[in-house]
Every structure is written in C-alpha cells, then in structure tokens.
Write a protein that binds this ligand. Sequence first.
Ligand SMILES: N[C@@H](CCOP(=O)(O)O)C(=O)O
Length: 497
Amino acid sequence: MDSFYHSTRSLLEPVTSKQAILAGIAPDGGLYVSDGVLASPLDLEPLWAGDYPSRARRVLGHLLPDFTEQEVAGCVRRAYGDTFDDPAVTPVTPVGDDWLLELFHGPTSAFKDVALQMLPQLMGQARAGDGRDVMIVCATSGDTGKAALAGFADVEGCGVCVFYPDGKVSDVQHLQMATQAGGNVAVYAVRGNFDDAQGEVKRIFADRDLAVRLAGEGVFLSSANSINVGRLVPQVVYYLDAYAQLLERGAVAMGDEVDFYVPTGNFGDVLAGYYAKRLGLPVGRLHVCSNANDVLCDFLATGTYDRRRPFHKTISPSMDILVSSNLERLLYFASDGDCELVASLMADLAEKGAYTVPAPVMDAIRSTFSGGRATDDECRGTIRRTWERDGVLLDPHTAVAKTVLDAQEPQGRARVVLATASPYKFPAEVLAALGEDVAGLDGFAAMDRLAALTGTEPPAPLSALRDRAVRFTEVVDRDAMGAAVERAAGAVFPAGA
Ligand SMILES: N[C@@H](CCOP(=O)(O)O)C(=O)O
C-alpha cells in the first residue's frame, strides 16, 4: 500500500502523514492526500463491537499509517478521555423518524472539537524530536478558531494565532475567542469576510521570506483548519461511529446504506463522510447543505464553481464561505488523481474566480453528493417546528441541513443530520426563531431566556463566559495579518528563550 501523502496538485515530494500534519498545507498550495490509504478498504467488522475510542484508534491508525499503534492509542486517550460531556463522545439521537449526530459535546460546543482535541496530540507525536516550535495559524468563520484555541492553549512548543471576520460571528462565538486564556494564544478580528481571512492565511503559508525569518527563530507555521489532514482524518471517525450506533439501536441492518445531511462551509465535514464511504462504510448519499452562500449547490447543479457572487451574512455564520477549500481534495479523488487537472482548476479559481469541471468528473461527484439550500427564514421555521413537534432544539447551522432533509421524500434509507453546534452558541437567533422578541438582548440575556423558555441548559463553558475578561480586541486589515502572525510568534517564542 502506498501510504505516503502528496499534494493534490503534484505527485512530487511525497511525505509521511506526520510530515503532512506538521506542514498543514503542501508547498505548492495544494492539500495533502494519500492514494493508498483510501484505496485499501478498512476491515470494518471489528469496529461494530467497540466504543468511540476503539473506533478512533482503528480509523486513525489506518489513515495515518506512520503513527505507531501506541502513539495513536495515547493520542485517542488524551483527546477523548474526559473532554466531552457525553460518554458516547458523538451520540446519535432521534429527531422524528430521522437521526441527529450530535457533534457538539466537546469543550467549545461545536463539531470542530472532535478534531481539534485530537490535532494537538497528533502534532505532539509528529513533532517528537523535531526541536522546532510551531505557530498554528487559523482562519475561522466562528467555530474552528475557538476549538483551535482550546486545543492548543498552553501546549508546550506551540503557539496559536486566530483570525476571524470582524462583526461576522455570533456574540457568543466572539466572546469564546476574545476571552481565551493561555500564554501562547493570539486572536485578531479581520476587516473583511472569512474568505479574505482564509485567502490571506494561505498566502502567509506560502510566504517563503516569512518562513525563513521564522526558521531563524526555530519556528515553523502549520494549520488548524481542515486543509490540514490531521484536522480532517479525526472527523471520519464519527461517520463510522454513527453507523455503529444505528446498528446498536436496530435502526439499520448491517450493510444498509445511510444518507448524511451535512451543514457545509469549508467542505471538510462532508468530505470526511466521503472518506468513510471510501473506507467501505455503506454511505448512500452525502447531502451538501448550504445557506444563502450556496456556491456549492450551484456547483453540483452546473459543474461550474463560481465564487464571483455576493457574500451573504446569515444566521448560520460559520457557513458564510464562498471558497470551500476541501472541494479540492474531492476533485482530486473524483478525477482519479489527476493532479494536473486539479492544479489548473485551482489556477482558474485564483485568477478568474471560477472554474468548470469536466463532465466525467462531475458524474463521479454526483454519484455520491447532492446539493440542497435553505434560507434564513426556512431555517427559523425548521428550528421552531422541530422544537414544537419533536422537542429537539437545533442551532441555525444544523437547521440548514434539517431544512434540506425535511424538503425531501424519504427514500427508505436511514437519514442522519450532522448537528454541528450547540444552539447556545447562537441563542438570540434560536430564540427569535422560536418567536421571541430579542430586541436589546445581549448573548447572555438570550441564553438565559432560551434556557427558561425551553427548560434546556446551556453548556457550562458558554454560561461561564459572562465572568471572563475580554483579552483580545485588535482589528487588522487583511494585509496586516502576516505581520500579526510574526508578532504573535515573537511574543510566544521570544528570541533566545
Ligand atoms: N466553518 C469554519 C470555517 C473553517 O473551516 P475549517 O473546517 O477548514 O476549519 C469555522 O467555523 O471556522
């Protein structure tokens, strides 16, 4: 089995999975992929009898083949030992005749925790004996940033620098990041949107002069976004684990296909479902569910990806994204590993803002992926209906996927909605959807009202935010982000220290 990783844009310079995790992104701007690990199906049988940690050990061991069994076991123990508030880590619960895969039981109440409790562990193993320090640079539309801060705070030899779009995350998301404790963290708001922040972060990774200056201080850069394979791979586990839970509940028989509805922004989460399918999981369709920033739905319908469109601010801000990075990995696999094609499509995206995919590649993509969209109003209706009818409180991102599901006739397969965040990260939006007047309410007043109205409880770390001091207030322009990273690295790793 060829277990090496290489760029989606070139077969040159293969690396181990440890090296890919440390680099975050390939030197040519492509994303790391491995042909071998997805081509060899995983023996799924032993997974069904286990629990989340045992499934994680097996999946990670398969997808990251240069980690030893003991290394993976240690990473899994530290990442999932007692950090999630549900013993199942990612429980599957009923919603009407369908299912919710609850991914928000980690320390920051979003699905990103599943991978960002793991990434620092994987990086720790990959860095063993390296001697250099690592500065994690992360762009966020609201959830990844806090999860990365929580995962890497005060981790020896690591710094983390997060950029979020100013005024385009929820009050609670903002406070989660702005109050982050730790001597190795930095948080900046950026004038612009998520795409501006992510685009600049990618440029920073490609900045050779900056890399040389940092190297002089014994520091290198890496990523906590899903462009990093170490962020993507842990997300594959919960698809397999969800199937195991459905089997346990008798909701599916072995071999039955399951459809997944995935709130989608940067395409990492839904791509993890595709990886699970490639490993042999009986996945039926993967539904790519978008808010008004529906570039992916248009892409699936037309074969043309065109980011030249208005950027919409929605009630599901973490999905307000027009450049979905991980689609590049899908293009690689759907084209049977045509690096040249991927490189030319990505050049078109950079130069013209759009690209068109050859028909056979689109056919391959459409054989698994469907697109569906939901407006803010439709999501509000879904939140209200799901609460009144099923007693289940959805956050606005999960509501996008549930809206797409509700609009479709069941096809006789079990249907699972990925519940990507706690409703308490967006209490004002959820409260308004339930028909309450939220005028003048700040995030905490909205949390209190939502709890009183529904009899549900906010996650403790979110309630506790009201007692925490804001540490980070700086707003930077996009072209000042590189300097901010260098400053942050200098503060975390002072010269000569
Ligand atoms: N929705 C994300 C955007 C970044 O996505 P990632 O999966 O690549 O980290 C966020 O909340 O920040």
